[in-house]
Design a protein around this ligand. Structure first.
Ligand code: EPZ
Length: 418
């Protein structure tokens, strides 16, 4: 196990290149099962991506990686089972279900683990797949999925715009017979990126004005290439790290439009933000101002994945900030670790009230989840003295070269073995 050691107090200044989006490349890697061969560019080096490679290899696919390009060949596919140890490696492994069923006409997967953000149910995934003609039986913690004849298009209304459920439906519907319509789908940029990949591979997908997704099933998808969009959550995290240190950074290879709900909150905190060609420039305040109310919402609302880094920023604000976490049941575990650094946070169900303090102090803290771990690093960058952030395997799931990038901006930070 490794840990980060951070000496707080330095302003971050300089430029950072943002890596490809984890939450885009994962469903796209699942989608490669629908074609014989696909090449994906701007693929980030993350442990969750390695976990997806392990699932594909276990199914019999051949994976060739060259720098940030990866080619997936599926002709030798030999299995439709994803064993428990692979399903548990990554929370979002459930997104492989739709693709495996579409490719093989059946699938056997273990129930994905519950996790740091709450139970992570998959009821919306399963009920949607059943509407498309999948029979699902649970047996000893495994889901046995079979398709009588063929997957058939259906009209599906999601009670909640679940990202994963939307992705699973898209993957299963591309080669189903007839039309599938998804009402109230997720509208995250990662959904659009997946649709773009599938369209490039020959799928007939149309996203209507109101977000409704229309899919006309086709026989088979063909080989394709695709470049993954930049990671908007990694971008938001680096912006919070610069802001909390009163520094100034230029993020490159980002899509500003993907962060339109994050900018106003950073500006409320006193940041100056400018969009340059393909980049975002941020100048942090001497001391952040408090955030009236940060409500996490489905896209295009404020992203739940940026809640914890933004909370870290608010810990040293000149007043009290309020957060309302509307997406996940239990996404404040990082608050307990932030209070060990001197933060004053009161939790009441989905509401967190953060009373800003003038300084945090460095100490030893434990990562509870991916974004919560990044938030602890953000806080440590501004804390007085030395912090040790342990269980950084959580962070390495979703941030490529996190310590290297922060060091390049002037952070006194190193990764050492526990
Ligand atoms: C995706 O998770 C992302 N993960 C999450 O990012 C992100 O926080 C989330 O979408 C919301 O934007 C990936 O894309 C790999 P959901 P997902 O289905 O698909 C409930 C990160 O840090 N729900 O939109 O699991 C669920 O419990 C990760 O990068 C059901 O009740 O999110 C949650 O409360 C964390 N039943 C809410 O919906 C279901 O069948 C949102 O879940 C499915 C979901």
């Amino acid at each position: 196990m490794s840990k980060y050691v951070i000496e707080g107090g330095n302003k971050l200044t300089g430029e950072v290149m943002v890596h490809g989006a984890k939450n885009s490349v994962l469903p796209i890697l699942a989608a490669t099962l629908l074609t014989d061969t696909s090449t994906i560019h701007n693929c980030p080096s993350l442990s969750d991506v390695d976990a997806a490679f392990n699932i594909l290899s276990n199914l019999g696919c051949r994976i060739v990686r060259e720098d940030d390009s990866v080619t997936v060949e599926t002709e030798a596919l030999s299995s439709c089972t994803i064993p428990e140890h692979l399903m548990r490696e990554m929370r979002s492994s459930i997104v492989f279900l739709g693709a495996v069923v579409a490719r093989c006409g059946k699938a056997k997967i273990s129930m994905p683990g519950g996790c740091e953000l709450g139970p992570r149910p998959i009821d919306l995934h399963l009920s949607a797949l059943e509407k498309l003609g999948v029979t699902i039986e649970e047996e000893h913690g495994y889901l046995n999925c079979t398709v009588e004849d063929k997957l058939r298009g259906a009209t599906i209304s999601l009670p909640f715009p679940s990202v994963g459920a939307t992705e699973n439906i898209m993957l299963a519907a591309c080669t189903a017979e007839g039309e599938t319509v998804i009402h109230n789908p997720a509208r995250e940029p990662e959904i659009v990126d997946l649709a773009n990949f599938l369209q490039r591979a020959g799928a007939r997908i149309h996203i209507g004005e109101n977000g409704t997704i229309y899919i006309q099933g086709v026989q088979k998808l063909h080989p394709t290439e695709h470049t993954v969009i930049p990671d908007r959550i990694a971008a938001a995290t680096y912006l919070c790290c610069a802001a909390i240190t009163g520094g100034e950074v230029l993020l490159k290879k980002v899509i500003p439009q993907h962060l339109t709900s994050v900018f106003p909150i950073l500006e409320e905190a006193g940041c100056r933000i400018r969009h340059t060609g393909g980049g975002i420039y941020l100048q942090g305040p001497e001391r952040p101002r408090p955030l009236r109310t940060v409500r996490t919402m489905p896209y295009p609302g404020f992203p739940t994945d940026a809640q914890s880094p933004m909370m870290a920023l608010s810990c040293i604000a000149s007043g009290t900030s309020v957060f309302v976490e509307n997406i996940f049941e239990s996404r404040y575990k990082h608050a307990y670790e932030l209070t060990r650094m001197g933060a004053r946070i009161h939790l009441e169900g989905r509401v967190a009230v953060v009373e800003g303090v003038s300084r945090l102090h460095g100490t030893r803290v434990v990562c509870t989840d991916l974004r919560g771990g990044a938030a602890l690093c953000c806080a440590a960058l501004a804390a007085q003295g030395r912090s040790e952030i342990t269980k950084i395997n959580h962070i390495e799931r979703g941030y490529q070269d996190f310590d290297k990038n922060l060091r390049s901006l002037g952070a006194i930070m190193e990764k050492v073995r526990e």
